[in-house]
Design a binder for this molecule. Structure first.
Ligand SMILES: Nc1ncnc2c1ncn2[C@@H]1O[C@H](COP(=O)(O)OP(=O)(O)OP(=O)(O)O)[C@@H](O)[C@H]1O
Ligand SMILES: [Mg+2]
Length: 227
């Protein structure tokens, strides 16, 4: 369902973030993308949700050729892909409920749908009790759960998370990863971008490793291979 065909990305003529990257991710997989700082992990993530365009090569997501997608179609594409970031990106002046609701409001959903969907996704992430709190009144792990709830509102086929545990302690990080595995169990494809060796090794799932913008390993039930 996600295919990278010989993808290169040059941010400028002398910055080759990706060179000749090819892989295919099937619907329902849980894949970690790993590698050292600067290896191109976030670039892969940004290409998948069309924040960046490849310099050459093709990126197919379902029926979409993301490398050629029209700017006006990007919102539609993004609804099929939930995105989670390291720094949560919550709106501080909105409550937990309102932060999640906002993603539906901007997509033009009705008040009724919002009142149905928001409690549902807050329940999935275990935050029903904290719906009325503001981001600064909850823990970092809980803030990340809010951002995961927000990523789920359009029932995306794919969730892509770029270093989602980067700001969390080891135990909280493990809980967040467990939440992603549960979301994966519902059938959602999960792509986890992380440089965290313990997380990758604890998952026993597929691992794609990048080095200097190239895929150097793609292993089912893989391990973090870089020293
Ligand atoms: N917007 C940009 N403009 C220019 N160069 C960029 C840009 N974004 C990334 N790069 C460069 O592209 C390369 C890959 O960056 P990328 O962010 O994909 O790495 P990463 O593996 O996510 O690293 P990290 O683990 O530090 O987040 C790096 O050399 C980086 O400096
Ligand atoms: Mg990165």
């Amino acid at each position: 369902m996600i295919t990278f065909k010989n993808v290169t990305k040059e941010y400028s003529p002398n910055i080759h973030a990706l060179s000749g990257v090819s892989f295919r991710i099937e619907a329902g997989e849980f894949v970690s993308i790993t590698g050292q700082s600067g290896s191109g992990k976030s670039t892969v993530a940004k290409l998948i949700f069309a924040e960046e365009k490849p310099t050459t090569g093709n990126i197919l997501i379902g029926d979409w050729d993301v490398s050629r997608v029209r700017r006006s179609d990007i919102p539609l594409l993004r609804r099929q892909i939930g995105v989670v970031f390291q720094d949560f990106k919550l709106l501080p002046q909105k409550t937990v409920f309102e932060n999640v609701a906002f993603a539906l409001e901007v997509a033009g959903e009705s008040g009724k749908r919002i009142r149905d969907i928001v409690p549902h996704v807050l329940k999935i992430v275990g935050l029903t009790e904290k719906a009325a709190r503001y981001p600064k009144q909850i823990s970092g792990g809980e803030q990340q759960r809010v951002s995961i709830a927000r990523a789920l509102v359009h029932r995306p086929k794919i969730i892509i998370a770029d270093e989602p545990t980067g700001n969390l302690d080891a135990i909280t990080a493990r809980e967040i990863i467990e939440l992603f595995t549960r979301i994966n169990d519902f059938g959602t494809t999960v792509i986890l971008v992380t440089h965290d060796r313990d997380i990758v090794n604890g998952l026993h799932r597929r691992v794609i490793t990048l080095r200097n913008g190239k895929v150097v390993s793609d292993a089912q039930k893989g391990k973090y291979i870089l020293s």
